[in-house]
Ligand binder design. Structure first.
Ligand code: ATP
Ligand code: MG
Length: 566
């Protein structure tokens, strides 16, 4: 990938790196990492962090590690690890080193013993609740634990016995001895280790029954990997003093610089892994890769391209100010990509039969049509034209409003890439329902304008004989409220704002025969309908299923405009 492709642009983090390089810091090396917790699938917010960290490594000819922060084994599993690796690769990045925080468990333990030896850590017997009480508040200092002044020998003995499994969960913790009066609550003797029996860790199995805390593990993992710039989200700014304290008080091989940026928030969705897990486990969506999920796996199945996601991450930029990005920004990125790159096809979503009475039932014309109106290099395909066709029900109206340019009784319309037809007769069933249109065609209008009159409307169609039946899933936004999280804060559950129309399934759609050969991964424009892809999970050659990636135009913009002016 070259510099232009990484889509992170200039930003304050790159400025810091430029200055560091100019000052000769870290001998000019740039090493970053992306540190996911394997407790869920990656989402579009993670993509921002991935583009930033891997993008920096690419552009500065440095390196970027993928490191699993696996200190909470009861919430983690191998499925997540594999999914995260696949998603990072799919986004177009590759890691230099692949690590697990658990690779460092032994070293982390040794460093903790070192802290105890120097009187900088102690084993505390207070319960979790007592520790909370003793911690104080933002306005009141904390109180010192009665166990704070244990001797080094006693602490070493107890810590060793914690590791040996002599104590129950929650009975003891190892704490840093820093400052119970610190204005920063994170510095009030934070826990470094806790006891957790009975979990089989996906990497270390049953070897450990004590696990290091994130705030202790993270800086040390960074230092052991020689990370130069440890980029994280803003909520860790208050933890930075503890990050630095940890590295200042162990024999760390280096001292990475923690730099915080604001996380991505996106309208009409939620991004917390707790909530995404809930949506999956409670069955509100089909799984982590449901095409409505803001996960990378969901977006891939929806039809998003890696390039469109990188483009999005570039456009939103990197800063320290909290903001929420409009969903339209993301949708426009994929729309632009697919407008340029998706081959055009015809698909009839709500079929209405048309019989061209003056076209021989035995005749088949193989019309050669272009795959893309602006890009000849995308080639052509063959469309069979026959006397029986399907058009979309919405393209015919008996009592049209003014300005309706499509088919009406007695009126003409152009069939895209084919003839101009006229509707001569409307056929109904016993209930009065329109079941067929009888039409005639102007044989002189193939690739030519009709003589002496203008036909304005152009509609899409598919041959009834050669068309293929398909299911089409019209996906829309998962939530109908732009800020389901914030709405949830008003005492409602964010799930009350799930959009009941986020999925409409159409069966019996008719698509052009070429689409029988579509592969998962192909992305297509169905003319006049939107952008679609094969559903990679459920579609088969025998039963085609297409997912709508995005509509041709932003239909939400109007709705939002109306909501705002209300
Ligand atoms: P949770 O949702 O449970 O708070 P998390 O989002 O912090 O978890 P991690 O797996 O720890 O999940 O995230 C890995 C990295 O991705 C971290 O460096 C984190 O800062 C970054 N990250 C997570 N969410 C976002 C987001 N919305 N925008 C930008 N970066 C993010
Ligand atoms: Mg996290």
């Amino acid at each position: 990938m070259n510099d232009q492709d990484t889509a992170t642009g200039g930003n304050f983090i790159r400025q810091i790196i430029d200055e560091d390089i100019a000052a000769g810091k870290n001998d000019g090396r740039v090493v970053t990492r992306f540190p996911p917790e394997p407790n869920g699938y990656l989402h579009i917010g993670h993509a921002k962090s991935i583009c930033l960290n891997f993008g920096i490594a690419v552009d500065y000819h440095g390196s970027c590690n993928l490191r699993f922060d696996d200190t909470n084994p009861h919430k983690e599993n191998i499925e997540y690890i594999e999914a995260i690796k696949a998603d990072v690769r799919w986004l177009g990045f590759d890691w230099d080193g692949l690590f697990f925080a658990s690779d460092y468990f032994e070293q982390l333990y040794e460093f903790a013993v070192g802290l105890i030896n120097e009187g900088k850590a102690y084993v505390c017997d207070l319960t979790a609740e007592q520790i909370r009480e003793y911690r104080g508040t933002l306005t009141e200092p904390g109180r010192e634990s009665p166990y704070r002044n244990r001797s080094v020998e006693e602490n070493l003995d107890l810590f060793q016995r914690m590791r040996a499994g002599e104590f129950k969960d929650g009975e003891r913790v190892l704490r840093a001895k820093i400052d119970m009066a610190s204005p920063n609550i994170n510095m009030r003797d934070p826990a470094l280790y806790r006891i957790r029996h009975g979990v089989i860790h996906h990497q270390t199995g049953a070897e450990w029954c004590i696990y290091p805390m994130y705030d202790y593990t993270h800086p040390i993992s960074d230092a052991l990997e020689g990370i130069t710039h440890s980029v994280c989200t803003l909520e860790f700014a208050d933890h930075r003093p503890l990050y630095d304290w940890t590295l200042d008080n162990i024999p760390a091989p280096c001292h990475p610089q923690q730099i915080e940026f604001s996380r991505l928030n996106l309208e009409y969705t939620v991004m917390s892994k707790r909530k995404l897990t809930e949506l999956v486990s409670e069955g509100h969506v089909e799984g982590w890769d449901d095409p409505r999920m803001p996960t990378i796996a969901g977006m891939r199945r929806r039809g998003y391209t890696p390039a469109s996601i990188r483009d999005f991450c570039g456009r939103i930029g990197v800063s320290k100010s909290e903001n929420t990005v409009e969903m339209g920004v993301l949708e426009n990125c994929i729309r632009e990509d697919l407008n340029a790159n998706a081959p055009r096809r015809m698909a009839v979503l709500h079929p209405l039969k048309v019989v061209v009475k003056d076209y021989s039932p035995n005749r088949v014309e193989h019309l050669e049509v272009t795959n893309h109106p602006q890009n000849e290099s995308m080639g052509t395909r063959v469309l069979p034209f026959t006397n029986e066709l399907y058009i979309d029900r919405a393209d015919f109206m008996e009592d049209p409003p003014r300005g309706f340019k499509r088919l009406v009784p007695g009126g003409e319309v152009r069939l895209r890439n084919a003839y101009v037809i006229r509707c001569d007769e409307v056929i109904r069933d016993a209930h009065g329902e329109i079941i067929e249109l009888h039409c005639s065609h102007d044989a002189a209008t193939l690739g030519a304008n009709p003589e002496g009159r203008k036909v304005k409307g152009v509609i899409h169609w598919v041959s009834a004989r050669f068309g293929v039946t398909a299911e089409i899933r019209l996906y829309d936004r998962l939530f109908s409220h732009p800020a389901p999280d914030a709405a949830g804060k008003e005492g409602n559950d964010y799930k009350e704002y799930l959009n009941p129309d986020s999925l409409r399934t159409l069966t019996g759609c008719i698509v052009e025969p070429e689409l029988e050969h579509a592969d998962p991964g192909d992305r297509l424009q169905f003319e006049r309908e939107g952008y679609f892809c094969i559903d990679s999970r459920h579609s088969s050659k025998q039963a085609l299923i297409f997912n709508r990636t995005v509509t041709l135009r932003d239909s939400w913009a109007k709705i939002e405009q109306a909501q705002k002016s209300r």
